[in-house]
Design a protein around this ligand. Structure first.
Ligand code: IMP
Length: 426
């Protein structure tokens, strides 16, 4: 059984938590492969909510192995809190957790560095979780990895190396550079917090490859979205990792032949948090209505999300860069009663209409098409044929435009409020 990857197809916040939770029902292993606590997945458990930032959404299914892959950047304090919260609910037994020894750790100085990077006029509106600076350390080959957590001397050397390099910059911004004693305390703190996690640290790439070879159902869970990908997104307004399906391989330690299915998740409209171009953004007054209807506030930062019409040209880019085999559409219920729906099908340029996102997205004028809306409440619908005609036509327009079948439609936040057209694991 080849593995499946589930990725966000927009700018994040597509409702991956719920979809991955549903798809992971038949999974033996669920792997996060990129990003860190910049992601926030809201999982609905009956009348309770669990927001995960680091632990894969497979956590709701006891016995499913939850892997934090090599491509991730992990804040041990956040991870410890999250594990405790899961265990309070009887979830995530010790044997269900595996942390790659090759992931990167986020240290307090990464957050300080991000505060500097985000303080000027070049700020891009990051989540301020130290994500970008941790990837900077990784690329600079000064990062600290879980494998180093049982080697105090190496830890201290790396921390000295990082802080000595950052000292002039920190001093110029009036940020305290930890002295010898504070550095020793940082090492102590890391060792203390790491101790209970160490039994869960190991060769995650090897384990996942072995599980795939043994015919187990393996699901890779993306974070953020395709348009925030560091190479193919709306650079520089992007995150610092590979958010696309290819990242599942490098961010875990398996090859592309392991992947059989790629499911892209898209809202039936569009949102974006942080700064950056957003061609189909609605007028501010219209956004307010959609923000309230869709509960569009960040799961990680609580920031109001910017709202826009579905951008099929941007989605077409996402289909290509992910090699998407099917699409999961979320929040169709939010469109009920909103009146006619607009959808972006391209961008106007002097040379004609562009059908994908170009390299420079700022100032692009979208070509919008109007489609009929509907008023019916969709939350009880479980069969596509029972959807209003206009809602079915909307789904068909998306699928036909992209040339990708729709495998799932979400009509409400609850697990059962879903129309499943394609099962991942039988
Ligand atoms: P960073 O990932 O914190 O460096 O932030 C870079 C950009 O990605 C900012 O615009 C963030 O708002 C955005 N971003 C990062 N993670 C998420 C996410 O999980 N959902 C939506 N946007 C995100």
């Amino acid at each position: 059984m080849p593995a499946a990857v589930v990725v966000g197809a927009q700018w994040g916040d597509e409702g991956k938590g719920k979809v991955v939770d549903l798809y992971s029902e038949g999974a033996d292993v669920v792997v996060r492969f990129a990003g860190g606590a910049n992601a926030g997945h809201t999982l609905v458990l009956g009348d309770q909510k669990l927001v995960t930032h680091l632990v894969p959404s497979g956590v709701l299914h006891p016995g499913t192995l939850c892997v934090l892959g090599a491509g991730m950047v992990i804040d041990l304090e956040t991870l410890t809190d999250e594990i405790a919260e899961c265990r309070e609910r009887g979830l995530l037994a010790a044997e269900d957790l595996l942390i790659s020894e090759r992931a990167q750790l986020i240290l307090p100085y990464h957050r300080d560095l991000e505060a500097i990077r985000e303080s000027g006029r070049h700020a891009i509106g990051t989540t301020r979780r130290g994500i970008g600076p941790a990837y900077e350390s990784k690329a600079a080959r000064t990062g600290i990895r879980p494998a180093d957590l049982s080697r105090p001397q190496i830890l201290r050397e790396r921390i000295d190396q990082n802080l000595d390099q950052l000292a002039p910059l920190f001093a110029a911004h009036d940020i305290e550079v930890p002295d010898d004693e504070k550095r020793s305390r940082l090492v102590e703190r890391l060792l203390t917090i790491a101790a209970p996690l160490l039994p869960s640290v190991g060769n995650a790439g090897r384990r996942v490859a072995d599980e795939i070879a043994a015919g187990k159902n393996v699901l890779f869970e993306g974070a953020q979205g395709a348009l925030l990908d560091v190479d193919h997104g709306t650079y520089p307004f992007v995150t610092s990792s590979t958010t696309t399906a290819a990242g599942a391989c490098s961010g875990t330690g398996v090859g592309p032949t392991a992947i059989g299915k790629v499911i892209g998740i898209s809202k039936t409209y569009c949102t974006r948090v942080g700064a950056g171009p957003f061609p189909t953004e609605m007028d501010e007054e219209v956004q307010k209505v959609w923000r309230e209807a869709g509960g569009e506030y960040g799961a990680t930062t609580g920031r109001p999300r910017r709202c826009g019409w579905l951008d099929l040209a941007a989605l077409k880019t996402a289909v290509r860069i992910n090699g998407m085999t099917s699409l999961a559409l979320t929040k169709l219920d939010v469109l009920s009663g909103r009146g006619p729906i607009h959808v972006g099908v391209g961008y106007e340029t002097d040379d004609g209409v562009m059908d994908e996102l170009p390299v420079h997205v700022g100032g692009l004028k979208p070509v919008l098409r109007e489609l009929p809306g509907w008023d019916d409440d969709l939350r009880g619908v479980r069969d596509v044929s029972k959807l209003p005609v206009a809602a079915r036509a909307y789904i068909d327009t998306i699928s036909d435009h992209l040339g990708v079948p729709v495998g799932l439609v979400s009509v409400g936040p609850g697990r059962s409020e879903t129309i499943v057209l394609e099962r991942l694991f039988s």
